[in-house]
Design a protein around this ligand. Structure first.
Ligand SMILES: [Zn+2]
Length: 191
């Protein structure tokens, strides 16, 4: 429901929280889900918060949008647990000091735009800050920078089965090479 959406008439329902009545019609006053209480026919709108419900230490999937000298700018797509989407797809950043353990000389040798990361939330407010430092975190899916094929893991490197290009990333222990957020652990391989 969006603000101003018609919920029903005042003959059908009693206006509740998150609604307003105008000329015998009840409308949503905010963005949210419509709910009718069957006991008293009260209609209300439960707000959807655009602010991501992220907490410190949550593991998330994030897509790398841009790699700058000091940070990778990402879109946070979903929580890793339950693969729940994060409303509003907020921006998150991985600072160069949080990309891996030890010294990182160049962030562009760790990440590339389009990579899918498994990352830990260091801070969620006011901006989302992420870390991929530990072995379980990092790139879980990457595309070839030459031909955009999905890269496959060969040891500590990635290789493109289409054009043979080899690339490096800060790989997560569980690099899958699957495109997009894995819907489940046993999803079929796209090849
Ligand atoms: Zn390739």
């Amino acid at each position: 429901m969006l603000p101003g959406d018609l919920l029903g008439t005042a003959e059908e329902f009693v206006p509740g929280r998150g609604t307003y009545e105008d000329h015998g019609r009840i409308y949503a006053a905010l963005m949210g889900h419509r709910h009718v209480d069957p006991r008293d026919r009260a209609v209300r709108v439960d707000a959807i918060h655009a602010i991501p419900n992220l907490g410190e230490d949550d593991l998330v999937y994030a897509r790398v949008d841009e790699v700058k000298s000091a940070m990778a700018v990402c879109t946070v797509l979903s929580l890793a647990s339950g693969r729940r989407g994060v409303p509003g797809a907020p921006e998150g950043t991985v600072h160069i000091s949080k990309a891996k353990e030890g010294y990182t000389e160049s962030l562009s040798e760790e990440f590339q735009p389009g990579d899918l990361l498994l990352a830990r939330v260091l801070q969620s407010v006011p901006t989302v800050k992420l870390s991929t430092a530990t072995a379980n975190l990092g790139v879980v899916s990457a595309r070839c920078q030459v031909c955009h094929g999905l890269l496959e893991r060969t040891g500590q490197e990635l290789a493109c089965p289409r054009c043979g290009n080899r690339e490096r990333r800060k790989l997560a222990h569980g690099y899958t090479g699957l495109h997009g957020v894995p819907p489940s652990a046993d999803a079929p391989h796209p090849h």
